[in-house]
Write a protein that binds this ligand. Sequence first.
Ligand SMILES: Cc1cn([C@H]2C[C@H](O)[C@@H](COP(=O)(O)OP(=O)(O)O[C@H]3O[C@@H](C)C(=O)[C@@H](O)[C@H]3O)O2)c(=O)[nH]c1=O
Length: 181
Amino acid sequence: MQVIPTEIPEVLMIEPRVFGDDRGFFLESFNEKTFIDKTGLEVRFVQDNHSRSVKNVLRGLHYQIQQAQGKLVRVIAGSIFDVAVDIRKNSPTFGQWVSCELSAANKLELWVPAGFAHGFLALEEGTEVLYKTTDYYAPAYERTILWNDPDLAIDWPLSAEPIVSTKDQVGTPFKAAEVYL
Ligand SMILES: Cc1cn([C@H]2C[C@H](O)[C@@H](COP(=O)(O)OP(=O)(O)O[C@H]3O[C@@H](C)C(=O)[C@@H](O)[C@H]3O)O2)c(=O)[nH]c1=O
């Protein structure tokens, strides 16, 4: 696997090695030893998540104020515009976001560390996203920042009005959100 840096140093793009042959392909989507060797991050994943979205579904921007989750995100059908927002108050990149297109075709993965809010837009029908998390889902600690917050100004590649859950429609503006110290 290759680690590709992004504009926010802690957010990493992971490019797995793909072995193609006439049967199809094989790849290691996660190998703990290789991941730790190449990233220097001592991660331990405790939960695997899988969601399916119709085109134009936008989920996020989500984070947990305790039991903060690092997430390793990939796509096995369709494609997403994946976004990580730095919400660590003392970070030099506080309030900045990075995006990456992840798809079943490009097989890229995005490492979103704890301390970041995460969201994505499904760019195709039947988009399926898998992600591993370093801590458990804790709804009491979950928070949502408004996906279209004007201060964040995320440049979502929208082709239509996004389909957003009721919870995400009433997300908190970035300036009012609880952030990490
Ligand atoms: C995230 C999550 C949801 N659920 C349940 C709660 C709810 O009834 C249903 C749907 O939940 P949500 O609407 O929050 O799902 P969703 O909007 O897909 O939430 C996800 O969004 C992306 C962007 C993330 O980064 C994830 O961490 C997670 O927050 O699934 C769990 O049981 N475990 C989980 O880990």
